[in-house]
Design a protein around this ligand. Structure first.
Ligand code: COA
Length: 160
């Protein structure tokens, strides 16, 4: 059984992430979307809320499982018998950081390989921070995040 992990902060999940989830789920038997439990980025949503949003927006995809983790990604991968890490590459600016992570992970555990999907063009500029910035300034984020996430952002920020 081929198990892949798509790790990230997902604060919140965007249509760009969803695009990667949909495409990579077709390449593996099971895709674990794993939310990093790390407060370094001062998240808007708790891990529980991020997991809940991911569950909601991926409920139609049978082989996708949502989870959270802390500690090293390679340890989490080993525990879950996963040897594929999925990452999306949006622009050349992602490349150096992604290469560094992929190589470090591979040195720590050579059973794990990272595969990169190029983000679909319409989402190449997207990030969760941009979505939050637009929302905080009362902008419409419905082009960037699924409808359910729009509602959760509005609830969180007390806007309608
Ligand atoms: N569409 C839209 N946005 C995307 C995207 C896509 N396809 N791919 C990435 N992004 C955005 C995210 O929204 C995020 O935006 P933000 O900074 O505004 O929040 C940004 O790109 C990068 O975030 P993310 O993909 O969530 O990665 P990360 O850098 O927060 O975390 C981990 C990456 C979780 C894989 C990494 O930190 C990790 O493995 N940590 C565990 C500890 C460990 O093992 N460390 C050693 C690894 S070398």
């Amino acid at each position: 059984m081929k198990v892949g992990i798509y790790p990230g902060s997902f604060d919140p999940v965007t249509k760009g992430h969803l695009d990667i989830i949909e495409r990579s789920s077709k390449m593996v038997d099971r895709l674990i979307v794993a939310v990093l439990n790390n407060n370094a980025k001062s998240p808007l949503f708790s891990v529980k809320e991020r997991v809940n949003m991911l569950k909601e927006v991926t409920k139609e995809i049978d082989n996708v499982v949502i989870d959270s983790f802390s500690g090293l990604l390679v340890d989490y991968a080993e525990k879950n018998h996963a040897n594929i890490i999925v990452r999306g590459l949006r622009a050349v600016t992602d490349f150096e950081y992604e290469l560094q992570m992929a190589q470090t992970n591979r040195i720590m555990d050579n059973n794990v390989d990272t595969i990169f999907l190029t983000t679909s063009l319409q989402y190449a500029y997207l990030s969760s921070s941009i979505v939050k910035e637009v929302a905080i300034n009362n902008g419409d984020v419905s082009k960037f995040v699924p409808e359910y996430v729009v509602e959760q952002i509005q609830k969180k920020l007390n806007i309608s």
